[in-house]
Design a protein. Structure first.
Length: 116
């Protein structure tokens, strides 16, 4: 049984909010040395990537400003090439790209119902 696409949209938003919470009041230097914080953020990025893979193509086609493939690719790198994870890049994504993704995903959610 397929899940309602809204579930994946909500998962993305939940993970974005958790990442924002984890990194609130956190300086880059702290992030770069805190394995626990890195693990928490990376895990949430992985979940975002997996959720993105499950968003129906029709939704992706209607929302081409979201870099769907890039998000999924980042998830794949984090999961399969964990030994080569660029923590500086991870920080940059969190601080420079997450807010825009949240804005775009909220637009999708607020235009519910989502087509399956």
């Amino acid at each position: 049984m397929k899940k309602d696409p809204k579930v994946f949209i909500e998962h993305i938003l939940e993970c974005i909010n958790l990442i924002k919470d984890y990194t609130k009041d956190t300086e880059k230097e702290k992030f770069l040395v805190s394995k626990q914080l890195q693990d928490a953020v990376i895990r949430r990025i992985e979940i975002i990537g997996e959720a993105v893979k499950n968003v129906p193509q029709a939704i992706k086609d209607k929302n081409t400003s979201i870099p769907w493939k890039r998000i999924a690719s980042m998830r794949d790198i984090l999961v399969h090439e964990y030994f080569g994870v660029d923590i500086e890049l991870t920080w940059k994504v969190v601080k420079t790209e997450l807010a825009e993704l949240e804005k775009q995903i909220l637009k999708i959610r607020n235009n519910a119902p989502v087509n399956k």
